[in-house]
Every structure is written in structure tokens, then in C-alpha cells.
Write a protein that binds this ligand. Structure first.
Ligand code: FES
Length: 158
């Protein structure tokens, strides 16, 4: 199945679904690694929307990209509960360590708020078992070394 056929099949799957734009965009992103301008135009025509409406949604949500990025992606939750548990330091450390080899993204709430900081690679959410929050690190500087080496533990509940 070529790209045009695959896109047509995705659109056919959602032909009778009300409010199909977001599900279609997620399917296209998953299938092609991006929602490019050509796909936006095809989706707009199929859903009887303007190209601007489709592009507005694509550019608003960070889940959609205009071009494929083959690098592995690490998503770290930057929402309030994970911020309180020290995700900002983890983000900085992850970006510094990964450099350009890994795409490190901030997302907002992975549903693991009580156990965060939360992360996701692919479809697999996980909790980062950092032993200290930022506040704890400031008050207990002797423990800083272990906090800079967080391990990612799979979430059994996910
Ligand atoms: S706030 Fe981070 S998982 Fe919910």
C-alpha cells in the first residue's frame, strides 16, 4: 500500500466519525511519522475543512510534526505534580546527556502524577525513580550525585 492509499484508508476508517480530525491526525502521524502539507490538504478536503483549520490543529499540538524525525523520543512530563517532584532538573540533565541523538520533549501529564516524575518512550509510560526533589537536593547537598543519575523504571500499571 503506497502513501496515498494508506492515507485514503485512514480517512475511510473515520468517514462516519463526527469530529474525526484529531483521530485522523494521530493515525497519520503514527503511519507516516508526520503530518506534512500534502497530508494536511488531503485531510482538509476529505473532512470538508479548510486547510487553515487543519494546519491550525497540526501546529497547535506538539504531538504532530510537519516532517518526520527518526530519532528516538523521550517525553518527560512537565506538569505541576512532576515539577514538584523535580522534573526540571531531569529535563536539563536529559537534554545535556542526549544532545542531538535523542529528541527530548516536554509533555503535560502522562497520568502518573502521584509517582512522577513521569516519562514516556514510544507507547510506554514510566516513572523516573529519582530519589530527591529539587528542594530536597538543596537541603541535602551530599545526596546530589545519586539524584543526577535517575533510572527509568517501567510502570507495571500501564
Ligand atoms: S503531572 Fe506528571 S504525570 Fe501527571
Amino acid at each position: 500500500m503506497n502513501r496515498a492509499e494508506r492515507l485514503a484508508a485512514i480517512l475511510a476508517d473515520f468517514a462516519k466519525v463526527e469530529g474525526a480530525l484529531l483521530p485522523v491526525l494521530h493515525e497519520v502521524q503514527a503511519a507516516f511519522g508526520c503530518v506534512d502539507a500534502e497530508a494536511e490538504a488531503t485531510i482538509a478536503a476529505a473532512l470538508n475543512l479548510s486547510r487553515a483549520e487543519v494546519h491550525g490543529v497540526v501546529s497547535f499540538y506538539h504531538d504532530f510534526t510537519a516532517a518526520p524525525d527518526p530519532r528516538p523520543c523521550l517525553e518527560l512530563c512537565g506538569a505541576e505534580a512532576c515539577q514538584a517532584r523535580g522534573v526540571d532538573a531531569l529535563l536539563a540533565a536529559a537534554r545535556q546527556t542526549a544532545g542531538e541523538r535523542v529528541r527530548v520533549k516536554t509533555v503535560y501529564c502522562l497520568g502518573l502524577c502521584s509517582a512522577g516524575p513521569a516519562a514516556r518512550t514510544g507507547d510506554r509510560p514510566a516513572v523516573i525513580t529519582a530519589p530527591q526533589s529539587e528542594r530536597t537536593k538543596r537541603s541535602q547537598p551530599a545526596l546530589n550525585d545519586s539524584a543526577l543519575r535517575p533510572s527509568v523504571a517501567p510502570n507495571d500499571a500501564a
